[in-house]
Design a protein around this ligand. Structure first.
Ligand code: NAD
Length: 459
């Protein structure tokens, strides 16, 4: 069975076609990956590092073409897509550099030398989402193959072409069976990977609901899990916040990057009641400057949503807000009104009047709309920010760094930012989500630790 991959900015363009794998196909891929593991796991770290470096060089040479393909299948503006692919290649290079030293055994005790050795686990399944399918695949499969595992990657079916093209380039440098891709439905391919006892570890990025299902299935064969799940990030704008042009621009980017389809986007904006009108005014102006259109057009600052289920979900959410009597301020400009209905385009919106029980506050909206929620004091703000099963990121916007630091200690999130949100200046620094947002993510080459067993050898 084949599936068309349609450009979300232009329904008449079929960007590519992919074969949907059956359970029998997955069986064959697993067989191949297990066979390749026997020799791949015996290669040296230096050999694997050299192959990663060569693959990274070829990917760099292909960057422009890969970026265009990515925009056409995902919808992101060109610059955002390019950053994703660039970071993926950079990660490969960082890991190639760090791998040889990291691989050396560590001596634990000088009285009786005990050597802690690292050993690849076996076949690792990587399952990734559609919103950032390149970077979130690279972050998991690169450390896995670097450490001597073989990988079966299952990208999301909405957006698999760029990662497929990357794999074609990478596989010029790796033996057959080391890095495999299977495309297909989660219930078939994903569940087969989660249950098969040849799969020793699963690195999953996606929704909390799917992560839970994979952990249930994978627990039967005691797999190692790496889980990066959903989020509903709060941002707290305090009474003394500096809402200058730069701050509002950063906030807007943290809300609308990739049309809000980002796990670490600001999804709830709590503001001190004395600053609410000012924030609504300034954010409205910033949202009004957003140009929504095809990500390949140079004027576009926000692309379409990626797929129909997500488009329908966000559109229904906007309708529901209106039905519930909330105020929805729709902003921004259509790049090309004539072709607007030919893509999953939505203008950005600000939602006013919502309370904690409204769906727009409770759910992970994953779209270009943000509820603004006034609060009276810090206690109330912290309690409402933490009122979620998720715990990815949070931010505090204040002129007082000590105050931000104090509040950070009380906010239930894997990382808390002061006057920015979501991303560290070094784009490769990360911290894992907490609560039902998952666990395991680590920065740079520290992620390698997740993909190995450690055994001791004593003299
Ligand atoms: P999803 O959970 O629907 O799908 C993710 C992947 O799991 C896809 O490849 C899908 O085909 C597969 N899958 C679906 N059902 C499965 C099953 N029963 N068994 C095995 N695999 C199955 O998520 P999505 O809609 O692709 O992505 C959006 C979600 O991902 C959001 O919740 C977002 O917050 C989350 N996300 C989290 C992070 C993070 O780092 N924490 C990053 C990006 C996205």
């Amino acid at each position: 069975m084949f599936q068309d991959i349609i450009n979300p900015a232009n329904f008449s363009e079929v960007v590519g076609q992919v074969a949907m794998a059956s359970e029998t196909d997955v069986e064959a891929v697993l067989e191949r990956a297990q066979l390749a593991f026997k020799t791949w796991s015996r290669t040296t770290a230096e050999d694997r590092a050299a192959r990663l470096r060569d693959a990274a060089r070829d990917l760099r040479n292909a960057l422009a073409g890969l970026t265009r393909l990515f925009v056409r299948e995902n919808g992101k503006p060109f610059r955002e897509a390019q950053i994703d692919i660039h970071r993926s290649i950079e990660l490969m290079e960082i890991i190639a550099t760090d791998l040889p030293d990291w691989s050396k055994p560590v001596v634990l005790d000088s009285h009786q030398p005990v050597y802690a050795h690292k050993r690849a686990r076996g076949v690792t399944a990587v399952i990734s989402p559609w919103n950032s399918p390149v970077l979130l695949s690279f972050k998991r499969f690169v450390p896995a193959i670097a450490t001597g595992n073989t990988v079966v990657l299952k990208p999301a079916t909405h957006c698999p072409l760029t990662i497929l093209e990357c794999a074609r380039i990478i596989n010029n440098h790796f033996p057959a069976g080391v890095f495999n891709i299977v495309i297909g439905r989660g219930e078939i391919v994903g569940e087969k990977l989660a249950t098969d006892d040849r799969v020793r570890a699963i690195a999953f990025t996606g929704s909390t609901e799917t992560g839970r299902r994979i952990m249930e299935l994978g627990s039967r064969t005691i797999k190692k899990f790496f889980m990066e799940l959903g989020g509903n990030d709060p941002a707290l704008v305090l009474d003394d916040a500096n809402l200058d042009h730069e701050a509002v621009a950063k906030m807007t980017h943290a809300i609308l990057r990739a049309a809000g389809q980002v796990c670490i986007a600001i999804k709830r904006l709590y503001v001190h009641q004395t600053r609410c009108d000012e924030l609504v005014g300034k954010l409205s102006q910033a949202f009004d400057r957003v140009v929504v259109g095809d990500g390949l057009a140079s004027e576009t600052t926000m692309g379409p949503l990626n797929n129909k289920p997500q488009f329908d979900f966000v559109t229904d959410l906007v309708d529901q807000c209106k039905k519930e009597g909330l105020t929805v301020l729709t902003k921004g400009r259509k790049l090309d009104p004539k072709t607007w209905d030919q893509g999953f385009f939505l203008l950005p919106s600000i939602v006013l009047g919502a309370g904690e029980s409204h769906e727009i506050v409770r759910c992970e909206q994953f779209g270009p709309l943000i509820p603004i929620l006034p609060f009276a004091d810090e206690e109330e703000a912290v309690a409402r920010a933490n009122n979620t099963p998720y715990g990815l990121r949070a931010s505090v916007w204040t002129a007082d760094g000590d105050r931000a630091h104090r509040l950070a200690d009380r906010l239930e999130a894997g990382a808390v930012f002061w006057n920015s949100h979501g991303i560290f200046r070094d784009l490769h620094i990360e911290f894992p989500g907490i609560k039902q947002s998952g666990f395991s993510r680590e920065s740079r080459s520290a992620a390698l630790n997740h993909y190995v067993d450690t055994y001791g050898f004593a003299q």
